[in-house]
Write a protein that binds this ligand. Structure first.
Ligand code: SF4
Length: 245
């Protein structure tokens, strides 16, 4: 399990003054590391980001999203610390992608007991508002008005940190559940949870939505009724036979 807290900040359309104030608050609070996600802007020179990293030791990496191409600008110990990605990130949307999965003993053991995408992380937006994650837009405080320590002792926050993929319908059938970095919104159904938005991967047919032959859960005869997973076995077997024989 990670021993410290991580935070993510997206720099949207806000002023340099607000940005500097956020950095100042982060420097003072107990966050251990910060990853900045900043909208790519070709008018901002690279040296500004190098300076940002040097002057703010808690900022461990800067990701420029919505860039014209993927590019690594700087690495430390072979890990990229300033990089541009083509993806355009939208707040409240989850990005479940096999390329973001983490394979290793740390992620495996953490995933057994915690939600790997949410555990010990916070997302802070351009106004200092704090959310459970980038893809889970439930507001849990504000960096300027609340103490981070109090937010961390909030039972609602801790509840979601502890929801493993084995506690989530559909994910509990997925072979990626101990490496998946999904940090999307969860909805409680009695003793279990379900994802608010269906994952682009359907583990019952081992297909991503961009692959040939993909069908969503409903099309495969799979749905959640009350607090039970219902599977139309005949239909699912027929689909898998068509796909793989
Ligand atoms: S089904 Fe669940 S565990 Fe599998 S890839 Fe999707 S979000 Fe991750």
């Amino acid at each position: 399990m990670r021993a410290h807290l991580g935070a993510f900040i997206v720099r949207g359309n806000y002023t340099e003054q607000t940005f500097l104030k956020l950095l100042d608050e982060i420097a003072k609070c107990s966050l251990y590391y910060v990853i900045l996600f900043i909208k790519y802007d070709k008018s901002i020179e690279e040296k500004v980001f190098f300076q940002c990293l040097i002057e703010n030791p808690k900022i461990k990496s800067i990701i420029l999203y919505g860039a014209p191409s993927d590019k690594i600008f700087a690495t430390i110990d072979e890990k990229p610390v300033i990089l541009a990605i083509k993806d355009y990130l939208e707040f409240g949307k989850t990005y479940i992608d096999i390329n973001y999965f983490r394979v290793g003993s740390n992620s495996f053991y953490e995933s057994l007991n915690y939600n790997y995408g949410l555990n010990q992380k916070l997302f802070i937006d351009s106004l200092g508002d704090i959310f459970l994650s980038f893809g889970f837009p439930i507001k849990i405080g504000n960096l300027f008005n609340d103490k981070i320590e109090e937010i961390l002792s909030n039972e609602k926050v801790k509840e979601f940190w502890k929801v493993t993929k084995d506690d989530v319908f559909i994910c509990d059938n997925c072979e990626y559940r101990y490496m998946c970095f999904d940090e999307g919104e969860l909805v409680r159904i009695n003793a279990k949870y379900k994802k608010k938005v269906e994952c682009p991967y359907n583990p019952f047919i081992s297909k991503w939505d961009y692959q040939e032959g993909y069908m969503n859960l409903n099309e495969c005869g799979i749905y959640i009724q009350n607090d039970k997973l219902v599977i139309d076995e005949n239909r699912l077997n027929h689909i898998n036979e068509e796909l793989y024989t």
